[in-house]
Write a protein that binds this ligand. Sequence first.
Ligand code: SF4
Length: 345
Amino acid sequence: MRWENLTVDSEHSRADAALFGAEAVTTRTFDTPEFRGITFHEIRARSIINRVPGASRMPFEWTVNPYRGCTHACVYCFARKTHSYLDLDTGLGFDSQIVVKVNAPELLRRQLASRRWHGEHIAMGTNVDCYQRAEGRYRLMPGILTALRDRANPFSILTKGTLILRDLDLLRQAAEVTDVGISVSVGFTDEGLWRTVEPGTPAPERRLEVVRTLSETGIGCGVLMAPVIPFLSDRPEQLRSTVRAIAASGATSVTPLVLHLRPGAREWFMSWLARHHPHLVGRYERLYAEGAYAPKWYQRRITRQVHELAQEYGIGPTRAGMPRRIRPAEPPRPEPAEPTQLTLL
Ligand code: SF4
């Protein structure tokens, strides 16, 4: 997929045209500390509900992604590859060239009302984070949540962004009329590791405060413990302290996921590893010799350890106080390829 599939806006600059082809975008920068060095490409998308190719392998079939690229800048982010579909750089470009589908709320409202839409579950935050910093300025999610609430359309959100708390009222309103699943991603609590590998994200403790707030206000929230990073966050005492902190936050579930390194993410992660932990490069090359995933034995070991710890600390679906209509988001996994646009109009 290329840019021309996404845009109908006629306003463009020469630089944009060079980047994205004849049909282009409005490009903005903001001279505030949190957005310094970030370029926003505002587009008017043609479609906003995406069907996930090979959805049978995914726990969800339909997604909505109002942004492309992510200033949270996680070194391991599997979505880096998707920036190459727009001829954008998958390294720093993914962290700093952010595509904003400015018409996402109105488009979603229209597509949800289409006779061809049958009210299936919609997953958000499955490609890039819908509560990344840009959302503080563009405020697309309130309109999206309002549209979903008004159609009583079930949905789930996965995020590392504390900004989700801004929309607490809307989430509660939606949960009164449909199924809402929320998960926060916290792979580890090691502060030193967080600063280098997830440099643009809120600290793990702040994310766990989000879980705590959601729990205290009656909205259950699961934690996706992802990624567990081999040799850097997988020691038994590290797993224990992470699961203990997750339990203390009131999470309704914990789902571990070991780091995977698909093309796009792999090169970026490995160059980071060579800079910060050069002694681990050889071990990684061996562990990921078969491809993007760590060996099954390793994944099973981590899963077992985390499940045992979760049981020990009392994390589970039987936690009291979770409204029927609110449950943790299904464990998200990477979309296998560029989602196709669903054309309803
Ligand atoms: S928050 Fe999620 S989407 Fe954003 S960079 Fe990190 S892993 Fe990628």
